[in-house]
Design a protein around this ligand. Structure first.
Ligand code: RIB
Ligand code: CA
Length: 319
């Protein structure tokens, strides 16, 4: 029985790898996709999600989310993901239809249709999940579980000095989601930067993707190779050398398989008022708040095993 997942993403290069990974897996069912503004504007994310899902044969509903965060002014990361969100890749216009519902409504409707079955996977800002909670406060009990890529727990940020992108774009939304899901039957799994930055593509992985694109007739193979090359160019320009941090696929594969990392319970909350620290995800390692844990934090990552699993899945699925 394939695991049904609703993927809320800001596609984006690593989001695209995560979506492709799921499409290559027989044990995964992409039950819905929500297009959330983040790496690029929501409309561009939506264009990418429609085109990618069509090319991948994923006929799940794709719904456009809100065009701005709850409070924070919109910000985008074209330097990291390119103006179109997928680096050098040029995608065909989708011929498939979008779902007419809002992203928030799609969250609610799919969770209500499949109580206890649907896994929520948030790979971008939490804007639309927060809006969905306003429609249906029971979401934490309707979803089977929530998995999130986001945050940097007592670890430097990648956006502000202490903030990670998905949280920094919409800190109010992230804070509301954490508060609501603290009472879920199973705490959300949080893949924060200290875990996901251990997933580093080197030149060898880029060469594998380019070799796959050279021998594969599948259009997504070329799209990923051209997207990831841009991602390398960004990381090199940003001082990380000829590499790329690949965040979203680790959280995605762990949500699907439970493998490649362990988790540990931790009280985590989002700073909203800090002058220097707004958007920081703070972890209460010493229990000073007197509150219970709010997340299961990805820990003890097995990077080499995961990278081989990811590339092997893409090569088998797109080859
Ligand atoms: O900080 C990394 C996260 O921000 C990833 O999800 C990436 O796609 C961007 O959304
Ligand atoms: Ca993302």
């Amino acid at each position: 029985m394939a695991l049904p997942l609703l993927v809320d993403c800001d596609t984006g290069i690593d989001d695209a790898i995560a979506l492709t990974y799921l499409a290559c897996r027989d044990d995964a069912e992409v039950a819905g996709i929500v297009s959330t503004g983040g790496n690029v504007p929501a409309a561009t994310v939506h264009r990418n999600n429609l085109a990618l899902s069509e090319l991948l044969g994923v006929d799940a509903p794709v719904a456009l989310g809100a065009d701005r965060p709850l409070v924070e002014p919109p910000m985008f990361a074209e330097d990291t993901h390119g103006a179109g969100g997928l680096g050098h890749a040029v995608l065909p216009e989708a011929t498939r239809a979008e779902d007419p519902r809002s992203g928030a409504q799609l969250w609610v409707d799919l969770a209500r249709e499949r109580p206890g079955e649907l896994v929520g996977l948030v790979l971008g800002p939490h804007t639309n999940l927060a809006l969905a909670l306003e429609i249906e406060p029971e979401l934490p009990r309707l979803l089977r579980r929530l998995h999130v890529m986001g945050g940097a727990i007592n670890h430097r940020g990648n956006t502000g000095a202490t903030s990670e992108w998905n949280i920094a774009v919409d800190p109010e939304a992230a804070q509301r989601v954490l508060a609501a899901f603290a009472s879920a039957p199973q705490l959300p799994v949080l893949g924060a930067l200290q875990a996901t930055e251990q997933i580093v593509f080197t030149g060898a992985e880029l060469e594998r993707l380019e070799a796959l694109a050279a021998r594969s007739a599948h259009p997504v193979a070329r799209i990923l190779a051209e997207a990831v090359r841009f991602y390398f160019e960004f990381h090199q320009a940003d001082g990380f050398g000829w590499t790329a941090h690949v965040h979203d696929p680790l959280v995605t594969a762990h949500a699907l398989t439970g493998e490649f990392a362990s988790t540990r319970p931790l009280p985590v909350d989002v700073e909203l008022a800090g002058t220097l620290t707004r958007g920081q995800t703070v972890g209460d390692e010493l229990g000073r708040w007197g509150r219970g844990p709010t997340v299961e934090l990805l820990d003890e990552v097995r990077p080499a095993e995961f990278v081989e699993h990811l590339l092997g899945t893409l090569e088998a699925g797109l080859g």
